[in-house]
Design a protein around this ligand. Structure first.
Ligand code: NAD
Length: 488
């Protein structure tokens, strides 16, 4: 342990725009999932920290110091934050590989995307119509205006802590709302760098707080009446609890939840060309992505060709040190996550699935420590098996053949989730025509989506509301009508 490393050893929490140091608190040890070494520690937030952050947010909202600013002023602030994120890109990248086990070839994407979210939201200031706008209707005339909803509780998961915090904070600030972010205990470190970046923008006190802690802390935060919108990203089960809690104060919710997305491969796609792309995309971040296309559906006419090509492509994925640029698949984020993945595969095998490749931890000295699991391809599964119905959140993918296109579409939609399905084909027009028939908030053509600066969210059990784009800002606005006196 190196207590002088300020990126990984933190002793102050960013609450309501100030760094508050405390020695009298519990600490959260941060582990490198590739080595199981302790790499740092951060203070755990307590309920009194949450109360302080929310009280400051409520106070700011009442005083109106932020929600009364011009949209152009808010845009300027968001661009200042984007500049600061870009300046700290190498720090974000280092932490991504260190506490999450994310591979270095992907690390640059996270800081660049977070900065893009702040910049894109700043640009949307020009399109945002807060009114008041007069509307003359058949039953009278009104002015319609949009107002900041109030303090936002932003609950972020561990799997993309920078990007998923950015996609809540930027639109909430653009809407005029203060934000209290509950940071996931598995990957808390990036939130401290993000807080430093935000602090550079000189927002009024109470605008943004970051509170690392577990689900109980999150539950406490969202139960406070001062919170007017809960912007939650996480599993569907937790999202249901969040929604149930929101009932008490009728708090607005935006829920970005789990998925069981499919890759629908059309007849014209050449296995030699597309299999490596699918293997890479489906195991990105070791499959710990909400939009992972975890069910590959290939045409029956090319079944054997596809099974062979995908098996080879999965075997060719390089598993190992996430800091090595040639690594494709790093470790899972924690022991609990690795064990969970292992249980899914055991159950699938017991249910009758065949392992085409993987299905175990990798062997060798390199893998004696760390939470590793081989990229795994299963077949011989049926739609009713757990492996096809529940989200694994790991590098475990099923591949099955469909008889005709109608059967393929039906198979894609045969799930309670609806996040981000893929279509793989040489014919973009055909894919565009098929997209409306897939029950998901996003459809990615020859890619793995989503574009998080455009409206993104889930159908069915994958969520409520949208993040990104102008729609993402609207989640944090209330709409008001003011009726003009009746004509005499
Ligand atoms: P999780 O549901 O266990 O936790 C997510 C966050 O919510 C954490 O910060 C956790 O502490 C907090 N939390 C959990 N229960 C809570 C409660 N009752 N009240 C308040 N806060 C609570 O999920 P996870 O394991 O951290 O993340 C993985 C999940 O997130 C996967 O299901 C994945 O699909 C989903 N996810 C969805 C999206 C999306 O945009 N749809 C993006 C990324 C991840």
């Amino acid at each position: 342990m190196n207590p002088t490393n300020s990126l990984t050893f933190r002793d102050a929490l960013y609450i309501a725009g100030e760094w508050s140091v405390s020695t009298d608190r519990e600490w959260l040890e941060v582990e490198n999932p590739a080595t199981q070494e302790s790499i740092g520690r951060v203070p755990l937030a307590r309920e009194d920290d949450v109360e302080r952050a929310v009280a400051a947010a409520v106070e700011l909202h009442k005083a109106g110091h932020w929600r009364a600013t011009e949209l152009s002023e808010r845009a300027k602030t968001l661009n200042t934050i984007a500049d600061a994120i870009e300046r700290r890109a190498s720090d974000f990248e280092a932490i991504y590989t260190l506490d999450q086990g994310g591979v270095s070839s992907f690390a640059g994407f996270t800081a660049a995307t977070a900065a893009a979210i702040f910049r894109d939201t700043a640009l949307l200031a020009e399109q945002l119509d807060l009114g008041p706008t007069r509307r003359d209707t058949l039953t009278g005339s009104v002015y319609v205006s949009r107002e900041a909803v109030g303090p936002v509780a932003a609950i972020v998961p561990w799997n993309a802590p920078l990007v998923l915090a950015a996609v809540k904070i930027a639109p909430a600030l653009m809407a005029g709302c203060p934000v209290v972010v509950k940071v996931s205990p598995e990957t808390p470190l990036v939130s401290f760098i993000l807080a430093e970046a935000i602090a550079e923008a000189g927002l009024p006190a109470g605008s943004v707080s970051f509170l690392p802690g577990g689900r109980e802390l999150g539950q406490f935060l969202i139960s406070l009446p001062g919170i007017k919108n809960i912007s939650f990203t996480g599993s569907t089960g937790a999202g249901q609890k969040v929604m149930a809690t929101a009932i008490e104060h009728m708090t607005r919710v935006t829920l970005e939840l789990g998925g069981k997305s499919a890759a629908l491969v059309l007849e014209d796609a050449d296995p030699a060309e597309f299999a490596p792309m699918l293997a890479y995309g489906c195991t990105m971040q070791a499959g710990q992505v909400c939009t992972t296309q975890s069910r590959i559906l290939v045409p029956e006419s090319k079944r054997e060709e596809w099974m062979a090509a995908l098996t080879t492509a999965f075997r060719n994925l390089v598993v190992g040190d996430p800091t090595d640029p040639s690594t494709g698949v790093g470790p899972l984020v924690s022991r609990a996550q690795r064990d969970r993945v292992e249980e899914f595969v055991t159950t699938a095998k017991n249910d009758g699935a065949t392992v085409l490749t993987g299905g175990k931890r990798p062997s060798g000295t390199r893998f004696e420590r760390g939470y590793w699991y081989e990229p795994t391809l299963l077949t011989g599964t049926t739609p009713d098996m757990q492996i096809n119905r529940e989200e694994v959140f790991g590098p475990v993918i099923t591949v099955e053949a469909y008889d005709d296109l109608e059967a393929g579409i039906a198979a894609v939609n045969d799930t309670e989730f609806g996040l981000s399905n893929g279509i793989f084909t040489l014919d973009t027009d055909k894919a565009l025509a098929l997209a409306p028939r897939l029950e998901s908030g996003a459809v990615a053509i020859n890619s793995f989506g989503p574009n998080i600066t455009a409206p993104f969210g889930g159908y069915k059990m994958s969520g409520v509301g949208r993040e990104g784009g102008i729609e993402g800002i609207h989640e944090f606005l209330e709409t008001k009508q003011v009726n003009l006196p009746p004509a005499k």
